[in-house]
Ligand binder design. Structure first.
Ligand code: KIV
Length: 271
């Protein structure tokens, strides 16, 4: 048994993230389970347990089918696997839109049961009252505007936002509304660069871009996308590692060796 005392958990805090507005860019990735989260934890300022896990981990067609229980299960794993980064857990579709009271009950449950440091929810001005209600009651909220996947059925798919300049004022009003309501950071997803730049200049909280350009105060990507595990990643993803190919090769080698009876070999057998 190890006599080493466990290292204290000293996480990056919500105010520390908020204070990075206009400063050193904020690094973030998604993570859904303990092993990958432990690796991401060494480099990320915050880790998002995104509801994209419905598509990435569970093969769903959209994030709409994700339940609060699923978010809690993966949120717990990520918190357990990490010690340094702030962990933010997504509120799934249907768990917060109905009223500020319902949102509080569900967000408090997510925070209690996962021990995460903040929640994220989608929506601009229409969610401002809820964001205010949560933050005034001790729940830090990261907002998310632009392409909001939970509304993909209303939007008619996953469409880049702000292609027409006359749509910009509505997005800018959304950004200002969530910042005024108390959100500590704002995800801008799938939006043209000039709009992301205008919003970043207009709000006093850090903007976190995903498909929204380097004009934002920080960046986030879905881990599996940047690791090459998604055969059709969106245009805005840069693939930093070819894990899909590596896993394919490793599985092929294993299958060959099992068939040739060369695995298990000397080193893998108890004599
Ligand atoms: O669910 C998710 O992974 C997200 C990111 C795309 C920001 O919300």
């Amino acid at each position: 048994m190890s006599t080493e005392p466990a290292k204290p958990v000293r996480r990056i805090t919500v105010p520390q993230i908020a204070a990075r507005k206009g400063g050193e860019p904020i690094v973030s990735l998604t993570s859904y389970h303990a092993h990958t989260a432990a690796i991401v934890d060494r480099h990320a300022d915050f880790i998002l347990v995104g509801d994209s896990l419905g598509m990435v981990m569970h093969g769903m067609e959209s994030t709409v089918g994700v339940s609060i229980e699923l978010m809690i299960m993966h949120g717990r794993a990520v918190v357990r696997g990490t010690r340094r980064a702030l962990v933010v857990v997504d509120m799934p579709f249907g768990s917060y839109e109905e009223s500020p009271g319902v949102a509080f009950r569900n967000a408090a449950r997510v925070m209690k049961e996962t021990q995460c440091g903040a929640v994220k929810l989608e929506g601009g001005a229409r969610m401002a009252e809820t964001i205010r209600f949560l933050t005034e009651r001790g729940i830090p909220v990261m907002a998310h505007i632009g392409l909001t996947p939970q509304s993909s059925h209303v939007m008619g798919g996953f469409k880049t936002q702000g292609r027409e300049e006359d749509s910009w004022p509505a997005h800018e009003a959304d950004a200002r509304a969530v910042a005024e309501a108390g959100a500590f950071a704002l995800v801008l997803e799938g939006m043209v660069e000039p709009l992301a730049a205008r919003i970043t200049r207009q709000v006093p909280i850090p903007t976190i871009g995903i498909g929204a350009s380097a004009e934002c105060d920080g960046q986030i990507l879905v881990l599996e996308d940047m690791l090459g595990l998604n055969p059709k990643p969106p245009k805005f993803v840069k693939v930093y590692g070819q894990l899909g190919e590596m896993i394919g090769q490793a599985v092929e080698d294993y299958a060959k060796e099992v068939k040739a009876r060369s695995f298990p070999g000397e080193g893998q057998v108890y004599r």
